[in-house]
Write a protein that binds this ligand. Sequence first.
Ligand SMILES: [Zn+2]
Length: 847
Amino acid sequence: MPSERLADFFLPYHYQIKLDINLKTLDVTGQTNITGNLQKPAKSVRLHARGLMVKQIDLIYGASHHHELKWKTNSEASELIIDLPEKFPQNASMEIAVTYSLKVTETMEGIYPSYYKIGSKKKLLLSTQLESHHAREAFPCIDEPAAKATFDLSITTSKGQTVLSNTLVKGEQSEGTKKTTLFETTPKMSTYLLAFVIGELGYKEKTTKNGVKFRVYATTNNINRVDFALETGGKVLDFYNKYFGIPYPLKKCDMVAIPEFASGAMENWGLITYRESALLLDSKNSSLFTKQWVALVIAHELAHQWFGNLVTMAWWDDLWLNEGFASWVEFFAVAELFPNWNMWAQFVSEDYHSAITDDALANTHPILQPVNDPREINEIFDNITYRKGSSIIRMLHAYMGKKAFRKGLQNYLKKYQYNNATTNDLWQSLEESSDLPITKFMKAWTKQKGFPLIKWSQKKASILLTQERFILSPHERALSKDKTVWPVPLNLIGTKNHFTLTKRSESWKIKPKKQIKFNIDQTGFYRVHYEASKLKNLNLLLREKALSVPDRAGLVNDVTEMARAGYSKTHEILDFLLVFQDETAPPVWDMISAFTANTWLSLGDEKFYVHFKPYGRELITLQYNRLGWKKKTNESHFDTLLRPTILAMAVKFEDDKAINKAKDLFIKWSNGKSLDPDIRRIVYAASMRHGGISEFNLLHSAHKNEELAEEKRRIAAGITNAIQPEIINKTLNLLNSSEIRQQDLVSWVFGLYANRFSREKVWQWQQNNWEWIEKTYGGGHLISYFIQSLAVFSSEQKTREIKNFYKNKDLTGIKRTLDQTLETIELQAAWRKQDYRSTLSWLQQYK
Ligand SMILES: [Zn+2]
């Protein structure tokens, strides 16, 4: 049964919040006045509050002022229950004034600090993360997305700080060493979108075409790294103004880089906060990949200013709509603004690939998921919500056509602005603009878990098609009784014909050519099975260069997963991949590299690697020789992106020339010579792998002195590549030290798991430190990365060990991730059992 919504009893329409924040002790005193209406006759009012020490509650009702009401707290439900002096009628309008204090938390949610250094000087920045249900940790409220209200915020704190919130500053008052900043009233919005930042900040600004004051803020040492964000953000805002057909709703828009941040960014209305590596770009030290990433994250967050903030999901079970849409439109906007980046091809190897891989597990979940308790929300901030969400919106966009899609979207935003909506409301608007059965079409894709595998055979004048749910694990597949049917939009390269498969088995009357590739540009969210004989025909299409980049990336993705699922033999796929030696597009190589890495991980042992390495070297030689280590003047965007992928493979497959080159560049770098940021990660990793303590010391001291978050991360990826036990131990000792920012630890842990020489040791570390990990990361979504990282094992014994360890642990928010991880390990073990021998014997031709 869904739990009660507090807004059904008391609905606020205005908040006045005054906070006095002591930056030395991190104590906060607060006064929040909430004005709202009773939705039902009542003798008490329930508000959300967590960790607030309430001192006094008063009530203003008409002309009467009631002092010191009684209250109790229900800490389990995070509720404050206030006794009213009498029973009040429905629609009674009242103002409740709560005086309280609170302590700033250290867990990257609510009001929290970031500690950072400029040179040797320690600094503090205070900011907020109130999504999904942490507004109640800053002020008493009805902390539900549908309870929209206006807010007047004022903050008192030490002088000399920049104080920012959602709206423009209305006034400042100074008293002694303190300053009070008053902000203009916000538009009507959800509590989770309120935000403020206090710190020593600098900014750069511009005014957009529509007259919006647009600023990018960062800590003072980073101020020369905001130019790309300022320029891109301004362009994206102008683009959305036109695309959504509604001008940006606020007078100003600030974007701020925060030193400690749990996710990539947060779309607070008018005050968007970012992890530093998702906003800052250094002209000498940032990679091209980071540049694309920054553009995508900005486009994502700015889209939320309309889709999410102006129109908000009615409840968290529609989170997918917010996130899926923003994750689709970020590609849409960046593809428009940077046409030569070929973003839609990259979508296939990014969002589409991760979503369709995760959704192939038996332990996946439907996009639309009932959420009763907000504590369940953390677990749905996952690939299915974001990336299956964006993938099926892309499919819908292709199905409807761009004109009808945009019109329906504009109507939806207009109709529900400053209000809330559900998934069905969007389908309704899109149905009206297109005359297509959108609700019916999307029902299966959102309410059912998984996706179909299409099998097919060619008849004289038709193609016989069947569909069944694709489950990666043969074991789980055998157990499954799933008879789900999807409406599958089918099309073929080289024809204009379309067909929607709506039954388990159906005939499509079409006279196809010999070479068939389904799913043009891989816009459909399904897999197609091509058996060995069909692959041979596809070879021809590939040689004729008849397939687009998304088609090639999608094809590799479809074909390689068939090996993992046991539908094809691994060696047949490895053989097929050799046709891609002259391939030049990074999304295709990302898919090839993902498969070879999976094979290496699941099937590999020392004997296997001996023969796998020469195979791998043959696969990449052509590209390795073409690209080399040095950027060419005016080389293509794709060549710059592809180089690190190919070099990383060369190092993994132990190409001597590549390793020596990396070592040589490392020595030059350690002597102060500049090193291309696009290849730094590989240079660090290869030198650490084939080096020792002196490489470790160099990287370690570079990490200590580095201020750029992106570079710190690359160095971490280098350090975690060591093979010597004493270096691994040194690294493990760093993990819970102050040297590593809280937000960055997961990437260190991930690196240590990915390295087969440190895998076992970091698993031991994780078990020994689980209590600390829980305390530091529990309740947020970073904790699930500690579980996901375990998917590098591939033995049944390991699944038993992991199950055993987590048997008696609190699994709130990580239960599904754990089940998915165990399923992945099991299926890797099964794959190994199935294909190890035949693959090894095929690989033995490579010496
Ligand atoms: Zn988002």
